[in-house]
Write a protein that binds this ligand. Structure first.
Ligand SMILES: [Zn+2]
Length: 600
C-alpha cells in the first residue's frame, strides 16, 4: 500500500485570521518535489489564485532545511532533500474571505475549503490523505466542534468522536478538497432521508426554528433521492450554513454544501405562512443538494478530471446549472413544501429577469457557459447588455423541454427521465458527458414520439438567442402567461446601483437603446435633478410617472465630479414583467397533465 500524504491544520491565530499547516510526504521525488495550490474551486468558474493567501512557506527534509523556490503564482519546488527521508512543508494561510468559496477564521469560528489550504503534492495526488484537524489553543475555544463530510480515519484515537477534532481521511486529493470544514460552536440539527443521516450546521447568530427547517429539508431531500433512485450516492450529508445580516451564496460538494444566507431568511418559532426569504433559502438548499447528482457525479467530460491550475472550458453549464436551477424550485412544489401558485410566481420572476436583459439577444447559453470564466463570473456595468445567464435562461430551457416532453408523450415521459438516464450513463459510471451528449440523451428519452425533433429544438435553444415560446408551451398545462401591458409608464431605461429605494440615484447599467443611453447618460452617473427638481432613488419613479412616453425632460447629473446636463426623450417601458397563473377551470385532461408536472 502506498503511504498516505499527511496534512495538519490548526487555527493558530484566529484573531489574525491565520491557519497553520503542515504537509508531509514520506517518499518525495528525490530530484525535487513540486507542491501547488488550486487556482479555482469547482462549482465557481473563476480563476481566484488561492495561493495569494499563503503568507509563509518553508520545508524540512530529514531534520534539515530544504530549498524552496517559487516556480509560478501557485507552484513551489522543494530541492536539497535528504535521501530516503520524509519531506515536510510548513506554511501559513490567511483566511478572511466570508464566502462559500475560500476560507474564513476569527474568534467565533473557522471555515475552509481544501482548495484554499491543502497543497497538492504533484505526481502524488492519487494517494490517500490523512488530515489532522486541531483545535485552536486556549480555554476560549474548548467548546469548539468540527463539522465536515470528510470521514474520520479508522483505527485512530478519537475516531469514534462525532464532531470532534482529530484525524480525518480522504481517498485522494480530489476528495480531500471536496469536503469543506466548519469549526466553532455551531447549532446542529438533522434528519434522515433515503436511509442516510443529514446534518444542518448553523454558524452565526440566529433564532431558527430548526425543527421546521429539518422537516422541510427532509421532504426536499427525500424527493430528490427518489427522483434519481434510492439509495443516494453518499452515506452522510451536511448543510454547512454561515448566517450573516445580508448574504446569499452556495457551493456544491459531493456530500455537503457550503451556504451563506441572511439570518432573517430562516424560519422562526411561530412563523406563519411561507415568507419570500425562507422560500429563497429552501430553493438554495434544494439547488445545492440537486448538484449532489448533477455536476458532482454527472459531469461534463471537460471536468473529468478537473484541472485546478487553469480554466476548464465547457459549453454545458446550461445543463449543469440551468437544469439544476429548474429543479431547485420545482422540487419545492412537487415535494409539497410550496404551493403551485408560489411556484409559478417564482417562474414568473425568472422569466421577467431574463426578458429584462438585452444581452440575451447577443449571447447563447452555450456561449455563456463557455465564457463563464471571463464574463458571467466577472460582470460589470455592461453585462446586462452583453451576456445571458446560463442559470436563468438555462432553467427556462429546462422548463420548455420538460413541458414538451410531457405534452408530446401524453405525460409518459419528462425531464425526470432525462436526468435518470444521465445518472445511469454518466453519474453511476463516472464517464463524463460529451459536449453534445445531452442532445443524444433527449433524443433517446423522447423516442419515436418526439425524440429527434426535441433534440433539434434543444440544440437550437442552447445555441441560439431567440426568446422561448413559453406562452404556447404552458397552455396545454392550463397555465396562462400574462405579460404586463407595455407603455403604461415611461422609463429612462436604467438600473439603479442600490435599486429603487433610498439614497442617491446612481446608474448601475444604462440598457442598450434605452432613453438614458440615447441621451448620453452612462453607468456611474449620479442623477441630481429632473427639470430642475432634486431627484433620488426614492422619488425617481414618482417623478417619471407624471410624464408620458415621448416627453422630453432635462436631467442634471454628475459624471465623476463634473456636472452635466442631458435632454432625455422618455420611452415606453418594455413589456418585461410576466405573471403566470393557473386556470382552475381547465379541462380534466389539462389538469391531469399539470398534476403530472407540479404534483398538484
Ligand atoms: Zn449551482
Amino acid at each position: 500500500m502506498t503511504a498516505p500524504i499527511r496534512y495538519f491544520i490548526r487555527p493558530s491565530r484566529p484573531e489574525a485570521h491565520v491557519f497553520e499547516l503542515r504537509c508531509t510526504v514520506s517518499d518525495p521525488d528525490p530530484a525535487g518535489q513540486r507542491f501547488s495550490l488550486p487556482a479555482w474551486i469547482p462549482g465557481s468558474y473563476m480563476i481566484r489564485e488561492f495561493a495569494r493567501h499563503v503568507v509563509s512557506l518553508r520545508a524540512e527534509s530529514g531534520g534539515k532545511a530544504a530549498k524552496v523556490e517559487k516556480l509560478d503564482k501557485h507552484t513551489w519546488l522543494v530541492t536539497g532533500l535528504v535521501a530516503g527521508k520524509p519531506l515536510t512543508v510548513f506554511y501559513e494561510v490567511y483566511a478572511w474571505d466570508l464566502s462559500v468559496r475560500a476560507a474564513h477564521l476569527d474568534q467565533t469560528h473557522g471555515f475552509f475549503n481544501g482548495t484554499s489550504v491543502f497543497l497538492a503534492v504533484e505526481g502524488r495526488t492519487d494517494r490517500p490523505c490523512l488530515v489532522e484537524i486541531e483545535s485552536p489553543e486556549g480555554m476560549a475555544y474548548r467548546d469548539w466542534k468540527v463539522a465536515t463530510a470528510l470521514p474520520r480515519a479508522r483505527g485512530e484515537i478519537g475516531a469514534a468522536l462525532a464532531y470532534g477534532f482529530g484525524l480525518y481521511r480522504a481517498e485522494n486529493y480530489d476528495e480531500l478538497v471536496d469536503h469543506p470544514v466548519e469549526m466553532g460552536t455551531f447549532t446542529l440539527a438533522g434528519f434522515e432521508a433515503g436511509g442516510v443521516r443529514h446534518d444542518i450546521v448553523l454558524t452565526g447568530r440566529h433564532d431558527c426554528d430548526t425543527e421546521r427547517l429539518a422537516a422541510d429539508l427532509e421532504h426536499i431531500c427525500q424527493f430528490q433521492i427518489e427522483l434519481f433512485g434510492a439509495p443516494p450516492p453518499m452515506d452522510y450529508y451536511v448543510f454547512l450554513t454561515q448566517l450573516v445580516g445580508d448574504g446569499y451564496g452556495g457551493l456544491e460538494h459531493r456530500a455537503s454544501t457550503a451556504l451563506l444566507a441572511s439570518r432573517a431568511d430562516l424560519p422562526w418559532k411561530g412563523m406563519t405562512g411561507l415568507p419570500d426569504g425562507y422560500k429563497t433559502f429552501l430553493g438554495l438548499c434544494s439547488h445545492e443538494y440537486f448538484h449532489t447528482w448533477n455536476v458532482k457525479r454527472i459531469k461534463p467530460a471537460a471536468f473529468v478530471p478537473y484541472d485546478l491550475a487553469v480554466e476548464n472550458y465547457t459549453r454545458l453549464l446550461w445543463a449543469f446549472e440551468g437544469f439544476t436551477s429548474y429543479y431547485d424550485d420545482l422540487v419545492l412544489v412537487r415535494s409539497g413544501v410550496i404551493s403551485p401558485a408560489d411556484y409559478l410566481g417564482l417562474v414568473g420572476k425568472t422569466v421577467s429577469a431574463v426578458l429584462r436583459g438585452p444581452g440575451r439577444h447577443r449571447q447563447s447559453v452555450a456561449e455563456s457557459s463557455f465564457e463563464a470564466w471571463s464574463k458571467y463570473y466577472r460582470q460589470d456595468e455592461n453585462s446586462p447588455n452583453a451576456i445571458v445567464s446560463y442559470y436563468a435562461k438555462g432553467s427556462l430551457i429546462a422548463l420548455a423541454l420538460d413541458l414538451q416532453l410531457r405534452s408530446e408523450t401524453g405525460g409518459k415521459r419528462s425531464l425526470d427521465d432525462v436526468m435518470r438516464l444521465l445518472w445511469q450513463r454518466h453519474g453511476q459510471t463516472g464517464v463524463g458527458v460529451a459536449e453534445d451528449g445531452i442532445f443524444a440523451i433527449v433524443e433517446e428519452v423522447g423516442g419515436k414520439d418526439c425524440g429527434a425533433r426535441l433534440a433539434r429544438w434543444l440544440r437550437k435553444a442552447v445555441e441560439g438567442t431567440d426568446d422561448l415560446p413559453l406562452a404556447r408551451l404552458l397552455k396545454p398545462f392550463g397555465v396562462a402567461y400574462q405579460p404586463e401591458a407595455p407603455g403604461a409608464k415611461p422609463t429612462l431605461g436604467i438600473k439603479l446601483a442600490g435599486g429603487n429605494g433610498k439614497g442617491e440615484a446612481k446608474i448601475a447599467t444604462a440598457y442598450d437603446g434605452g432613453a438614458a443611453q440615447l441621451a448620453g447618460l452612462s453607468a456611474g452617473d449620479v442623477l441630481l435633478a429632473i427639470d430642475g427638481l432634486k431627484v433620488s432613488a426614492a422619488n425617481l419613479d414618482s417623478m417619471l410617472e407624471r410624464h408620458q412616453a415621448g416627453d422630453s425632460i432635462e436631467v442634471h447629473a454628475f459624471r465623476r465630479d463634473e456636472l452635466m446636463c442631458f435632454d432625455v426623450e422618455l420611452a415606453a417601458a418594455a413589456s418585461d414583467a410576466v405573471k403566470l397563473a393557473v386556470d382552475e377551470k381547465a379541462a380534466a385532461s389539462v389538469r391531469r397533465l399539470r398534476k403530472g408536472w407540479l404534483g398538484h
